[in-house]
Design a protein around this ligand. Structure first.
Ligand code: SAM
Length: 229
């Protein structure tokens, strides 16, 4: 079982996504728990402030360290195992399938979502957290990155996908390559035919075809990941 704790100022953003499909079933089966915490519950002033103006001037607001440290420490104090803390930031290490696999072996993960101009630097230096980005672009908040990490990680937990091999064969997984082309019925759609070998029932020939296409497709589209072998 993997438990996520998400700290955010928009706790309602994640709910609908987590309540559908595979993620909902994973939670029903007790394989996944997601606890969303409203950062404003950890503030001390009347206005429930989580941000303030940047020292040195400039546009936008910066997330104050106080409420974030209080939230993290409160969740940690109630935890039976220490959660691994993940700070969501476009300046972090890029999230990958292998990191999703690593996360799926953790008992608990705490995802801290930023907003505005991001976190006061002391959040970064003081929390000793992993800093993770979901790609080289800037979103308005960490909630979508949190959902991405939960979705990519949860589907790797044993028992979450209907078919255990589904995740093993995915792009970036089995041999680090892209997945092979997939076809379903009809065998002929508007003159575009399914490759004959896939209709042959010859398992070894099908496996060879798929391996060749994984390699060719990766070489064509992502030579950068092929070179990592
Ligand atoms: N000023 C920051 C910078 O340039 O590095 C960007 C702040 S961004 C507008 C606000 C928050 O959204 C960040 O603190 C982070 O939590 C989240 N965020 C935005 N883009 C992200 C990405 N690519 N990966 C992870 N988190 C991201």
């Amino acid at each position: 079982m993997l438990r996520f704790d998400v700290i955010t100022i928009f706790p309602d953003l994640l709910g609908p996504y987590l309540a559908e499909s595979i993620l909902a079933r994973a939670q029903e089966k007790g394989l996944l728990e997601v606890h969303v915490h409203d950062l404003r519950d950890y503030t001390t002033d009347r206005h429930k402030s989580v941000d303030d103006r940047p020292y040195g001037g400039g546009p936008g607001m910066v997330m104050m360290p106080g409420p974030i440290f209080t939230a993290v420490e409160d969740i940690e104090a109630k935890a039976d195992v220490k959660p691994r803390i993940v700070l969501l930031t476009p300046q972090g290490r890029t999230f990958t399938q292998s990191l999703a696999a690593e996360f799926s072996n953790q008992p608990r993960l705490m995802l801290v979502c930023g907003r505005y101009e991001g976190f006061d630097e002391r959040v970064r230096t003081g929390l000793a957290a992993d800093e993770i980005s979901i790609g080289d672009y800037v979103l308005t908040g960490g909630e979508l990155p949190a959902a991405v990490i939960i979705a990519a990680t949860a589907r790797l937990l044993p028992g979450v996908l209907g078919h255990e091999d589904s995740a093993r064969d995915d792009s970036f997984s089995l041999d680090g390559r892209l997945d092979h082309p997939q076809y379903t019925r009809p065998a002929d759609f508007r003159g575009m035919k399914v490759p004959q070998v896939l209709l042959s029932g010859h398992h070894q020939a099908i496996e060879d075809w798929r391996r060749q296409h994984r390699l060719a497709r990766t070489r064509e589209r992502r030579p950068d990941i092929l070179c990592r072998d």
